[in-house]
Ligand binder design. Sequence first.
Ligand SMILES: [Mg+2]
Length: 249
Amino acid sequence: MKTILFTDIDDCFIATKKKFLRNERLSIASLDILGNARSYMSDKQKALLELFIRGGTTIIPVTGRSYCTLQRIQVGSLLNSWKIVSHGALIVEPSGDKCQAWLDYLDEEFPLTMWFDKMKKINESVNELIKSQGVEAKSYIVSEGDFACYICVKCTEGVDYQSIFDSILLEAHIDVGSMKIHINGRNMALLPPYAQKRLAVEFLANRLDKYDDHLTFTMGDSLSDIPFMKLADFALIPIKSQIADSLSW
Ligand SMILES: [Mg+2]
């Protein structure tokens, strides 16, 4: 039977240096916008990836990264199939093209123009608040080409992220409605309802299952990954993860 792994990337197969033990042997796994090493991979993460590769598994990233930042990853085997990026807002085909069937589906299911306007307004009001309060953060819309995916509020490294996010959510009078809020370190994502990893994984798994029956695995580290992880036959979690920390075992 063919196997598929739908996997989150950061804090699963790669992580920033501070997440590892000081003596751990690491190799560079991704670069920042300037081309400097940003994330690393341990020998055990490499060995896990090797297991899936040797088993002929189709490896599909399911990530909050945009397609552009996903491409800064230096591990080719994570990038040679389908990709689910920008928190699930976009599915990219193995060729690198946007999956048109997915965009057509979103167009049918969601009032996209309304959401694009709404995110523009929220982004403006968050930036006004950041300016008036003088906090060390910036807010912007993450887009894939002309397709607005979600709002990212990013704090400067080392500041008290949580209090900045709390005050933004409290004081910007954001009518978040059916938006989801996802906080990860110094980043806060305000996600419209079409940016859901679960929705994109479900869509792609159904599409791939049309041709073959698959044994599916999922891997994630954040509580927000759980909805997509539950779609698999077997789910994997790193032992050092938000999910593992939340379990009583
Ligand atoms: Mg993660």
